[in-house]
Ligand binder design. Structure first.
Ligand SMILES: [Zn+2]
Length: 181
């Protein structure tokens, strides 16, 4: 396995529609494992092929960051030629992206999705996700169509501004709790 360079906003490849993968060749498997290594090294929860400079419809994701169960938390999804088959509801998601370093944004995403994809063994799988997990899969899926979250965000801010805002929300809630007592 090897680390790959992460493409950043401004690179044309991030604006292109990626190509369907016709066969899961050894090269595709190596790419998938390199993507996992690159994602983990960058502390991300997902990465799409165009983010490592490859215009193919594949992403990997490790979205169960909040699970108390280690085996679930470490589960990696390999999504080849994914397709979102169902969307339900809306949620506001706070997102960042390895290709848009230093920023965060607020994006409206579906609350619940179903997504089907081929896994690394060539089997078609269908998954259902909601909440944070659903946002991860929508975000990565968009990369395959050349869409960055910053293109569709209703608000963008720097990582510092975002941290400050989180702190404010926390303080407000602390105030509310105190008032309720
Ligand atoms: Zn991204």
């Amino acid at each position: 396995m090897a680390l790959r360079n992460i493409t950043v906003k401004g690179d044309e490849i991030l604006t292109k529609k990626c190509k369907t993968i016709k066969a899961i060749t050894p090269r595709i498997r190596v790419l998938a494992e390199d993507m996992v290594e690159t994602m983990l090294a960058a502390d991300g929860v997902g990465i799409a092929a165009p983010q490592v400079g490859v215009m193919k419809r594949m992403f990997v994701a490790m979205p169960h960051v909040e699970s108390g169960d280690e085996s679930i938390r470490n589960k990696i999804y390999y999504m080849i030629n994914p397709e979102i088959t169902y969307r339900e509801g809306t949620q506001e998601s706070s997102e960042g992206c390895l290709s848009v370093p230093g920023y965060m944004g607020l994006v409206d995403r579906p609350e619940k999705i179903r997504i089907k994809a081929t896994d690394l063994d060539g089997n078609e799988q269908e998954y259902e996700f909601e909440g944070f997990e659903a946002t991860v899969f929508c975000h990565e899926y968009d990369h395959l169509d050349g869409i960055l979250y910053s293109d569709i965000a209703k608000e963008m801010m720097t990582a510092e501004e975002y941290a400050k805002r989180l702190e404010e929300v926390k303080n407000e809630h602390a105030g509310e709790e105190a008032a309720n007592e």
